[in-house]
Design a protein around this ligand. Structure first.
Ligand code: NAD
Length: 285
């Protein structure tokens, strides 16, 4: 932990303005956390409904964190600016892309935003499963991309993976880690590889729990067993929290062609994607 804290030590000027693109499960919560930590944040999404939901979730976070300090909550909320047209790209010290997990969509977005960014701004992706090498292809103006991979739920997960390739300049890695430190998170440097580190370990664990459900165990029994073992949350509740479509994509990427568990396929095909859709292994109010 001390070593990871040291990774996130500030080396240059701290970031002041962040622009987050994608106000879904992750982007919305990343933006909310950055504003909570004192940064000015513009949040962009092509879907006005997702943007409004993310702003509402941020207000709930500030109400929880600031409790009776209404002024603090208000100040944090004021620092988080909905920006449907993405004007904030031009002023940001760091742009974090957290749009849907689709290579072409991400490449198209980078082509559009890179020329509008400040010359020394960091371009970061929150991708879980796409290769940084593929995402870095043909970035305009010789711009470099770094992975800053947050975990869900952002507000309670202390670790953030800082993803690099052999081509990532050390100074960019250091600046990305310093940004993570600025957010009071621990920066774990990882190489661009399937699942990076945490998901490479976690995905087989979640998939095995789903295979227990295929064999007839109730999700709540599997989760209760792992919670009794000492895990803070059972693997199926965790899968519901991550999103079952995301869990499926991660499982496919990491399972060497093995078929995904039948219960997972059934739920995803039925549009039951976990917490975000209200139903998954559990019903979420
Ligand atoms: P999500 O589907 O909840 O949100 C994606 C958002 O991006 C949507 O609101 C969509 O409207 C918006 N969007 C799509 N294309 C856009 C564009 N061109 N311009 C502006 N907005 C656009 O997805 P998510 O679960 O938040 O995942 C986002 C990224 O974070 C993915 O790369 C995913 O791999 C990664 N990630 C997800 C998790 C997780 O637990 N869900 C964890 C870590 C990382």
């Amino acid at each position: 932990r001390e070593q990871l804290k040291a990774q996130g030590k500030q080396t240059g000027t701290p970031a002041k303005r962040v622009h987050v693109i994608g106000a879904g499960v992750m982007g919305g919560d990343i933006a909310a956390w950055c504003a909570y930590k004192g940064l000015t944040v513009s949040l962009q999404d092509q879907d006005g409904g997702r943007l409004a939901t993310a702003i509402g979730r941020a207000q709930q976070l500030y109400a929880r964190k600031f409790r009776r300090d209404l002024r603090g909550a208000r100040a944090a909320a004021d620092r988080l600016i909905p920006d449907p047209q993405g004007a904030g790209v031009a002023h940001a010290d760091i742009v974090i892309e957290a749009i849907s997990e689709n290579l072409e969509a991400k490449l198209g977005l980078y082509r559009e935003i890179a020329p509008r960014m400040k010359a020394d701004a960091i371009l970061a992706t929150n991708t879980s499963s796409l290769r940084l090498e593929d995402l870095s292809q043909g970035l305009p103006g010789g711009r470099q991309l770094v992975g800053i991979h947050f975990f869900n739920p952002v507000a309670s997960m202390p670790l953030v993976e800082v993803v690099h390739t052999d081509a990532t300049p050390p100074a960019l890695r250091a600046r990305a880690a310093a940004f993570v430190g600025q957010l009071d998170k621990l920066a774990l440097p990882v190489r661009s590889a399937p699942g990076f580190l945490v998901n490479a370990v976690l995905a087989p664990y979640m998939l095995e729990a789903m295979r227990c459900v295929d064999e007839g165990l109730a999700p709540s029994s599997v989760d209760a067993a792992m919670e009794a073992f000492g895990m803070p949350m059972g693997p199926l509740e965790l899968a519901d929290t991550v999103g079952l479509d995301i869990a499926m994509a991660a499982g496919k990427q990491l399972s060497d062609g093995e078929q995904p568990p039948a219960c997972l396929v059934r739920l995803v095909d039925g549009g039951k994607l976990g917490r975000k859709s209200g139903k998954g292994f559990y019903i979420w109010e």
